[in-house]
Design a protein around this ligand. Structure first.
Ligand code: PMP
Length: 453
């Protein structure tokens, strides 16, 4: 009889699929590493398996134990598959950004799923990773898988994904393109490939709003802003992102990611999710400058079935202004700024001193600054001219908090506001603040609008 002992024997050894159509006019050979062919439909089955087996070996996971994880869904699915075979319980904490398909998938495996709002910052106790850690501390005989810092994550890609790609391309790979979520895939695979041939370029695909690209280029940690692509990018730095194995990181918008995912599906028949779209857009961009001798391998992170209510739903795309035919909105001005290399939004806290605010203004060259309170709600604004004239009158004020001299806050407009609304608001005031999913994410000045148009 021909059979596998368990479903776990199907994890890994995924095929490479040649790309034939979406790369028309481009010279390199391009291959998709079909991680969606894993039994749970994503690249995360590999680490679901390794994190459980390694915890068993270390003795931290014992019979009857509970596995707890903070997950955007796929790692949960990967853990749930191995846990089902080995007889462990699972409890997952997801944010409300995760598609309902993925949450229902986790429940199908008998896992408990807790959904928390996506709006909390990493230092808040209700941030999904902090909630998972707290539940672990309160649950006897439990382990916290913690894919963001658990070495079993990159290690599994070093031991399996990297060697598979090297073998499948007979060592001819020149460029490896991956997204960066926990960093496990790119760090482990990248390390293996670079050990084989240090000339292989390892390239990260990062959503606009994530902090990785800016950190790689400047060493500075900026504030992240929300985006719609699931499972990749971060607003803090996971220990599993090993930047030394990443040569370059490229930022891609939600709209370009979803369009590329839909093309890979419709033209190559490879059904994929949004994060694969972010990667595919990067692949097509870098391929323009490469030759016939180059061989690009990219990761298909997961299957599109997981996003039928989102990336493959016209109504959802339209509601989120992700279709090309749509009129431009305030969010597009913000994207335009970020594409041109401006970092995150610059602001001051209301209890910062006037001296600190002036320093920020002069070092960044800004004449306006929004003032936000401890909950990052806008409470006022600073104009350089006004601040300086107050200081001329009373220089002792320099060490007073900005809230003592700040003026009225700039108007807040939703990222979906029309350009006409933005233009009207900017006729009345020099700047407006952008609100995205309930968070202030940018400041747009008259200059930004003119530059956009
Ligand atoms: N795409 C999706 C849909 C994911 O869920 C993840 C993992 N969170 C990734 C890509 C990125 O993989 P990694 O965590 O290994 O960087």
């Amino acid at each position: 009889m021909e059979y596998k002992d368990t479903i776990l024997d199907l994890i890994g050894n995924t095929p490479l699929i040649k790309i034939n159509k979406i790369n028309k006019g481009l010279r390199p050979q391009i291959f998709a590493k079909l991680e969606s062919a894993n039994p749970g439909g994503s690249v995360k089955d590999r680490i679901g398996y390794s994190m459980i087996v390694d915890a068993e070996k270390k003795g931290t996971l014992k019979p009857g134990g509970t596995i707890i994880e903070a997950t955007s869904g796929n790692t949960g699915i990967g853990l749930a598959i191995t846990a089902a075979v080995k007889g462990y319980r699972c409890l997952f904490v997801c944010t409300d950004k995760v598609s309902s398909e993925k949450i229902n998938y986790l429940k199908a495996f008998g896992a408990d799923v807790i959904v928390v709002p996506n709006t909390y910052e990493p230092d808040h106790p209700e941030y999904y990773v902090n909630v998972a850690r707290r539940i672990h501390e309160e649950t006897p005989n439990s382990v916290f898988a913690y894919q963001y810092g658990n070495p079993s994550n990159p290690e599994m890609h070093y031991r399996t994904t990297g060697p598979e790609i090297w073998r499948q391309t007979k060592g001819k790979i020149t460029h490896f393109v991956s997204s960066i979520g926990t960093g496990g895939t790119i760090s482990g695979t990248g390390r293996f490939l670079k050990e084989k041939n240090p000339n292989i370029q390892v390239i990260g695909a990062d959503p606009i709003g994530s902090i990785f690209k800016h950190y790689k280029e400047t060493g500075e940690i900026i504030k992240g802003t929300p985006y719609l692509v699931e499972g990749i990018g971060q607003d803090c730095l996971p220990a599993n992102v090993h930047f030394q194995y990443i040569d370059k990181i490229i930022n891609i918008s939600d709209k370009d990611s979803f369009a590329a995912a839909r093309r890979l599906t419709k033209e190559e028949g490879i059904f994929c999710g949004g994060s694969t779209g972010t990667i595919v857009h990067v692949v097509l961009e870098i391929a323009k400058n490469l030759t016939e001798n180059d061989v690009i391998v990219f990761i298909v992170c997961d299957t599109g079935e997981r996003y039928l209510s989102k990336v493959y739903n016209e109504a959802w795309l339209q509601m989120n202004r992700m279709l090309d035919t749509e009129v431009k909105v305030l969010g597009d001005i913000s994207y335009n700024k970020k594409r041109k290399g401006f970092g995150g939004m610059v602001y001051v806290h209301d209890n910062a001193t006037i001296r600190q605010a002036l320093k920020i203004m002069s070092s960044k060259g800004f004449t306006y600054l929004p003032v936000l309170n401890g909950s990052l709600k806008p409470v006022g604004s600073l104009r350089e001219g006004h601040v300086l004239s107050r200081m001329l009158d009373d220089p002792k004020m320099l060490d007073a908090p900005v809230k003592e001299i700040m003026e009225e806050s700039f108007r807040v407009l939703d990222a979906k506001s029309s350009i006409a609304e933005v233009r009207n608001a900017l006729k009345e005031a020099p700047a407006v603040l952008v609100s995205n999913f309930g968070r202030i994410t940018d400041i747009i000045t008259r200059y930004d609008l003119i530059d956009f148009e």
